[in-house]
Design a protein around this ligand. Structure first.
Ligand SMILES: NC(=O)c1ccc[n+]([C@@H]2O[C@H](COP(=O)([O-])OP(=O)(O)OC[C@H]3O[C@@H](n4cnc5c(N)ncnc54)[C@H](OP(=O)(O)O)[C@@H]3O)[C@@H](O)[C@H]2O)c1
Length: 293
């Protein structure tokens, strides 16, 4: 009798609520099995009231975890150590154990940087506009500032109050101006005119609201690279309109894959290569997740 799970198998879990749509179990289990590593990755659908118990269980008997919506901020408070990056983003998406201590970090920025590079965009001297003020907007904005990877940074959000609060909370770099504006306000136009890297960190356009877009197409111009963190659908209305305006575009699927492989390295010490995966197959899995909910 053969089973790929044995008494020596180490467990990694996904802490989320819900987890049914996630393709991380397929990504990690495929990588573990392709590389012959004794691990298994399981989804744990954990309601917020049960997060403390789930993390306690995880640190007692498992080797690590991914953390997703809505636990990325709350999980940070259960860590013994957090990375300098998580200290500025206030979020963790990866938990791992080091000498019995629970460590937390976020691999979303590393995934974003690699996905952007794969689109042929060289980061460093950009006027960046981030759409949104939620967890991903904060994580990518904080990381661009920490890594000094932009020339200026603007958050364009529907709530002026929330955008102002986010900007006030970020750790600034004196050489990088940070500002905010309200989406669809007349004042926002100048920021989009100057923008060379536009990142959608809102959930607008995600399945099933595929007809929606966070930004009027008139703001796109060919000097902009346009990144959508959404990967379901693979091509959002936002990306379709950006491509039609001559922008270089990238969706969030490679970001998801690369952040996952970065987490994988924290748990196993092994660098898995993206070539283990067929991107078309991954996109099909993500699309299938939409319809099985
Ligand atoms: N590719 C990847 O690896 C990856 C990684 C992380 C997240 N994501 C994706 O990123 C997206 C955001 O996730 P998150 O964790 O940052 O969520 P979040 O914290 O809930 O933030 C969502 C943002 O969307 C804004 N928003 C929602 N509806 C809007 C509308 N109609 N008009 C304007 N803004 C609107 C929200 O504004 P308010 O605050 O005003 O509500 C908020 O700023 C999700 O689609 C998620 O799947 C992808």
């Amino acid at each position: 009798m053969e089973s790929f799970i044995t008494g020596r198998t180490q467990t990694i879990c996904l802490l989320g609520f819900p987890t049914a749509h996630s393709i991380s179990p397929q990504i990690h289990n495929h990588a573990f099995r392709s590389l012959g590593l004794p691990y298994v990755y399981i989804p744990l659908n954990v309601a917020p009231r049960n997060l403390a118990a789930a993390i306690f269980t995880m640190r007692c008997g498992m080797s690590g975890a991914n953390v997703t919506i809505p636990h990325k901020e709350a999980a940070l408070h259960y860590c013994d150590e957090i990375s300098p990056l998580s200290a500025v983003t206030g979020t963790v998406n990866t938990l791992y154990l080091k000498d019995g201590r629970l460590c937390g970090t976020t691999t979303d920025p590393a995934g974003f940087y690699k996905a952007l590079a794969a689109a042929g965009h060289v980061l460093g001297d950009d006027h960046v506009v981030i759409l949104g003020n939620g967890g991903t907007a904060r994580t990518l904005g904080a990381s661009l500032l920490l890594d000094k990877k932009c020339r200026s940074l603007v958050f364009a959000a529907r709530s002026e109050k929330k955008a102002a609060l986010l900007v006030s909370q970020l750790k600034k770099d004196e050489n990088i101006p940070v500002d905010y504006c309200v989406l669809r306000s007349p004042e926002s136009a100048e920021f989009f005119d100057r923008c060379t890297l536009l990142i959608n960190c809102t959930s607008v356009g995600m399945h099933p609201q595929t007809k929606e877009t966070p930004l009027d197409a008139k703001f796109f111009h060919p000097e902009m690279t346009v990144f959508d963190v959404i990967y379901n659908p693979g091509i959002t209305r936002f990306l379709t309109e950006a491509a039609a305006a001559g922008c270089k575009t990238q969706n969030g699927l490679l970001m998801l894959l690369y952040q996952g492989l970065e987490s994988f390295r924290y748990w196993t010490g092994v660098s898995a290569h993206a070539s283990l995966f067929d991107i078309t197959e991954l996109q099909a899995l993500a699309d299938k997740g939409n319809h099985s909910k």
